[in-house]
Design a protein around this ligand. Structure first.
Ligand code: CUK
Ligand code: CUA
Ligand code: CA
Length: 643
């Protein structure tokens, strides 16, 4: 990926060229620019947006991202997969992609959306087929304990179909998916960090979900614009049931939570509640909307809610009008300049940062003051604004280093700006000598999300930043009209940011988190007993018929399946249960049936099942698709379909 050398026999005749230079010259040749006389390693990118003096790369620092063969990364990264609907696991600082975890969309490697177990999680229609095969994931966040990740769960959103998926971080698999009622455009997501009432609960028990697109409520035929509303939802972290929703003015975009568990917030870019973009950007100020979690829970308990349509989820009233009295308010609307994007909690636990997007400003909101407003000590929520300062064009998302600095992406300027929160507050307070902008770094190009190692925890360590650049333009070999995104890694440990590496990624990840590798304890082998359908011994293999339904129980153990053949009849509804009895780490088998749209894998000690209709009479070689053994190609069984 970065500096890794290909095997010698893959090198071109001019093998004296280092790989980086070879790639550079090949790319230029492809673009017809090789004859321009510039040396490949200094050739300016073709795009006019790129300065000729491309961002300097400190080679000593860059070597930090280059792991020697066999060396492991020090951080995990969980990346959302965008409209591939999966979650991706990266190792950092190398940036190597290690795993894709299918969630919302079928996956051919695993058989996600093929096995009965995965279909049940994904959701099916009455006929057993998948309810959805598309998704759009943006944000992923993990469960907390004492302000740091605890390695239990991660959650990820599906914007299209308003579903939240949970990932178990012991097996790195999706185990539950919950649809949010009456929500379209489910965008921001964030778990709470502790309970607002019970001191003993110092870990995540709720997940908050922002509804971005307002619709008529209930959305049942009428398109009267005056009834369009958005909902903010709370999902139980364990049961994954929707606990309650809040009816709001405006919309939800991103979501953040305070470290004390008391507040959740969402930035709002459409306080106008407009249906067209001109309307959505007509106001000079929008808002950051705060939710008082303990009061909302109390309102639900006291029955002060309604329900919408057929949903039984309690919906409390969080509109401005119903929450004018701070002493009883469930919500507080803090005004933020024009169409803000991104809201992030600083690791010192004191502030939320909201970025202006259409305004060149970032806003620092002091959480203690938001709580003071709820206590009736401030005359208006805007009194919680600690700073509102200009940082550059198109500010979107913010990361932290744990040393008092914030790093905000500037979409239009194609930069990351490093700014000091205390200095920004001083400047806003009237100290015009306060220099709050510390550093700027050009990135390639148009950055969206940014995150730092441990950034959204109290253990922010200020080592690495990752930036999700929406356009890669000429940073990689040209591959036709569709370009990858460019995920860049930055060293943020010094005063100046240093760009370390570019990585092409398949579109389009949006958000991600980065945390220390020892915070998760992944298991290498499944537990046989965790699967109710497990075929625990090869001797238990069987085929049983009940009318047109046939049940086949089989095991795999390299290099064979427990049945050499099995017979069914054309049109039978066949359910095949396969348990992988191999206990060796990494010894996965596959099971594919030609002509029947069946292919899935079973990991060591895992059980999976498929149900399909037996096709035309004939012999079908069911074979192992996952290279497992010297006799992998011989690892087969026959499905014999009789007339
Ligand atoms: S949004 Cu994509 S760059 Cu969905 Cu988090 Cu800001
Ligand atoms: Cu079993 Cu390949
Ligand atoms: Ca607006």
């Amino acid at each position: 990926m970065t500096d890794r050398h290909p095997a010698p026999d893959l090198l071109p005749a001019t093998e004296a060229l280092p790989r980086r230079r070879f790639i550079g010259s090949a790319a230029l040749a492809g673009l017809g620019l090789a004859a321009c006389g510039q040396k490949p390693e200094t050739a300016a990118p073709v795009s006019p947006a790129a300065p000729a003096s491309a961002t300097p790369v400190a080679h000593a620092a860059a070597s930090a991202t280059h792991l020697k063969p066999g060396e492991l990364d020090t951080y995990y990264g969980l990346w959302s997969g965008g409209h591939t609907g999966d979650m991706r696991v990266l190792g950092l600082p190398s940036g190597r992609e290690i795993l894709r975890i299918p969630c919302f969309v079928p996956d051919a490697l695993v058989g996600w959306g093929i096995t009965n177990e995965s279909k049940k999680i994904m959701g099916t229609k009455a006929d057993g087929s998948l309810r959805y095969t598309v998704a759009d994931t943006h944000h992923t966040h993990a469960s907390y304990k004492d302000g740091n990740y605890d390695g239990r769960y991660a959650w990820i959103n599906d914007k299209i179909n308003s579903r939240v998926a949970r990932i178990r971080l012991d097996y790195f698999v999706c185990d539950k998916i919950t649809p949010l009622p009456h929500v379209q455009g489910f965008h921001g997501i964030f778990p709470d960090k502790r309970d607002p009432v019970d001191e003993k609960i110092n870990y995540t028990t709720r997940v908050f979900c922002g509804g971005e697109f307002a619709t008529p409520l209930p959305n049942a035929g009428s398109e009267d614009g005056s009834t369009y509303r958005s909902l903010f939802s709370c999902v139980d972290a364990e049961t994954m049931e929707v606990r309650w929703q809040v009816l709001i003015d405006g919309n939800c975009d991103l979501v953040a939570t305070s470290y004390d568990g008391k507040l959740a917030a969402t930035n709002q870019y459409n306080t106008e509640m407009g249906a067209r973009y001109e309307d959505m950007m007509s106001a000079e100020r929008d808002a950051c909307l705060f939710f008082h979690i303990a009061r909302i829970e109390a309102a639900v308990k006291a029955g002060r809610f309604k329900t919408i349509g057929s949903s039984k989820v309690p919906v409390v009233d969080g509109t401005r009008q119903a929450n004018a009295d701070p002493k009883t308010a469930l919500t507080a609307y803090v005004s933020i300049p024009k169409n803000p994007h991104g809201v992030n909690a600083s690791p010192d636990q004191k502030y939320f940062i909201c970025a202006g997007k259409l305004s060149p400003t970032v806003t620092v909101i002091e959480l203690a003051k938001v709580l003071a407003w709820f206590d009736g000590q401030l005359d208006k929520p805007d009194a919680a604004i600690a700073a509102e300062v200009e940082v550059g064009l198109g500010p979107l998302h913010t990361a932290f280093d744990g040393r008092g600095n914030a790093y905000t992406t500037l979409f239009l300027d194609s930069q990351v700006v490093k700014w000091n929160i205390a200095q920004a507050i001083a400047f806003h307070g009237g100290d015009k000598n306060a220099k709050y902008v510390v550093d700027r770094l050009d990135v390639q190009f148009q950055p969206g999300h940014i995150n730092g190692s441990q950034s959204e925890t109290i253990a922010a360590d200020g080592k690495y930043l990752a930036v999700g650049c929406k356009f890669s333009k000429d940073r990689f070999l040209p591959v036709g009209p569709l370009h990858p995104e460019n995920e860049q890694i930055i060293d943020m440990s010094g005063d100046k940011m240093v760009l370390l590496a570019d990585h092409p990624v398949r579109g389009e990840p949006h958000d991600f988190i980065i945390f220390k590798r020892d915070l998760v304890k992944p298991r290498q082998v499944y537990a046989l007993d965790d699967f109710p359908l497990a075929v625990k011994d090869a001797k238990d293999s069987s085929i049983t018929r009940n009318g047109r339904k046939v049940l086949v129980k089989m095991t795999s153990q390299a290099p064979s399946f427990s049945m050499r053949e099995f017979k069914v009849r054309k049109g039978d509804e066949v359910t095949l249960i396969l348990t992988n009895l191999d206990k060796v780490e990494d010894l996965t088998h596959g099971f594919a049936i030609p002509g029947h749209n069946v292919n899935f894998i079973v990991n060591p000690q895992e059980t999976a099942s498929v149900t399909f209709t037996a096709g035309e009479p004939g012999v079908y070689w069911c074979y192992c698709t996952h290279f497992c053994h010297a006799l992998h190609l011989e690892m087969r069984t026959r499905m014999i379909v009789e007339a």
